[in-house]
Design a protein around this ligand. Structure first.
Ligand code: FNR
Length: 355
């Protein structure tokens, strides 16, 4: 898979997955992160997207999230990049801001006293003062606040490139800040950043343009979107397919298509349930960008089928790769690759073939 002249060895992506294990609430990667990502690189993923990394401290979901809001965080990320590259994968990172869902970690076993709702004292910023059900009411961003966040995304992206990441993924999905602007369910603004689709897209497009400029021509720009809110009054696959065309015009190379997360909804979860949305976006961009499909794609033939039928250009595998970091190498074997020659396991494991 070639993106801006950068070639990944295959079409499997490790999608961003928060580990919630930063130690000193300083946003700096730990040994756990280095081992976790290195193992999945050795396991054969073509491209690895490091978990949601906050562009401002208050944009984190928990105090244990990664960050790139200051220069001191760059060095730790460089270590992750090296570990990923040593395993043969293309290093990428997801940059995000939690908006009204900041300070509300979806999995918070290690945050004392925070079993539900927003962590106490956490400052929430969003397009409109509309709470995510069960969480605190956010403060509406004024235009100066919007300007500051555009710059925070650009500055974090610059740091990410400095650390060596080759793919910058913007988190525009799952009900976090960028998605909150896009969706009429969370954006009730009366100014030029709300209202019709053009207004709701203005902040996301400003972020895309600022980041595109910050990262330079040699870096891949990817955006993760929730293609639908699974709610009649919210975003639809059609609207997202149209927006995708604008994003390509603004310099996006890859669209990573997920869904939901902005409001509680009945989601028809099942094998490959978001692939139809990826296909719709892929058709709309007609080769102008590549599309990553994700969501309960858990066997090799299902993934191969989605690629062969043109539903997506790449497949991201999340939870199954938490269970088995060597999943890409096993899938290659499932599809008939000859071990070692066509799907090289780490050379240190050569005795694994002895019987
Ligand atoms: C996630 N997911 C996620 N998504 C995202 O855009 N940024 C993130 O940081 C996270 N964090 C995260 C943590 C954990 C532990 C899980 C399981 C998931 C969603 C993830 O990237 C993926 O879209 C879903 O897990 C669906 O794909 P699978 O797991 O069915 O292959």
């Amino acid at each position: 898979m070639t993106m801006r002249g950068i070639t990944a060895r295959n079409r499997l992506w490790l999608p961003p997955m928060c580990m919630y294990c930063v130690e000193a609430a300083d946003g700096v990667p730990t040994d756990w992160h280095a081992v976790h990502y290195a193992t999945r690189a050795q396991g054969g993923f073509g491209t690895i997207i490091v978990e949601a990394t906050a562009v401002t401290p208050e944009g984190r979901l928990s105090p244990m999230d990664l960050g790139l809001w200051e220069d001191a965080q760059v060095e730790g990320h460089r270590r992750l990049v090296e570990a990923i590259r040593a395993g043969g994968s293309i290093p990428g990172i997801q940059l995000g801001h939690g908006g009204r869902k900041s300070g509300t970690p979806p999995m918070r076993p290690r945050v004392p006293g925070a079993r539900q709702g927003t962590l106490e004292g956490w400052e929430l910023w969003a397009p409109s003062p509309v709470a995510f059900p069960g969480h605190a009411v956010p403060t509406e961003l004024d235009v100066a606040g919007i300007d500051r966040l555009v710059e925070a995304f650009a500055a974090a992206a610059r740091r990410a490139v400095e650390a060596g990441y080759e793919v910058i993924e913007l988190h525009g999905a799952h009900g976090y800040l960028i998605h909150e602007f896009l969706s009429p369910l969370s954006n009730r603004r009366g100014d030029g950043y709300g209202g019709d689709a053009q207004g709701r897209r203005r902040f996301p497009l400003r972020v895309v343009e600022a980041v595109r400029e910050a990262i330079g021509e040699g870096t891949v720009l990817d955006i993760r979107l929730s293609a639908t809110d699974w709610d009649e009054a919210g975003l639809s696959g059609q609207e997202t397919a149209e927006f995708a065309q604008e994003l390509v015009g603004a310099g996006v190379d890859v669209l990573h298509i997920s869904s939901g997360g902005n409001v509680p909804a009945d989601i028809p979860v099942g094998p490959g349930y978001q692939l139809g949305l990826a296909a719709q976006v892929r058709q709309a961009v007609a080769g102008g960008a590549q599309v990553v499909g994700v969501g309960l794609i858990e066997d090799a033939s299902q993934a191969e089928q989605a690629l062969a039928t043109g539903q997506a250009d790449a497949i991201a595998v999340g939870r199954a790769a938490l269970r088995d970091p060597y999943l890409p190498l096993r899938w290659a074997a499932d599809l008939g690759a000859k071990a070692w020659d066509e799907a090289p396991w780490p050379i240190q494991y050569w005795r694994a073939t002895w019987r």
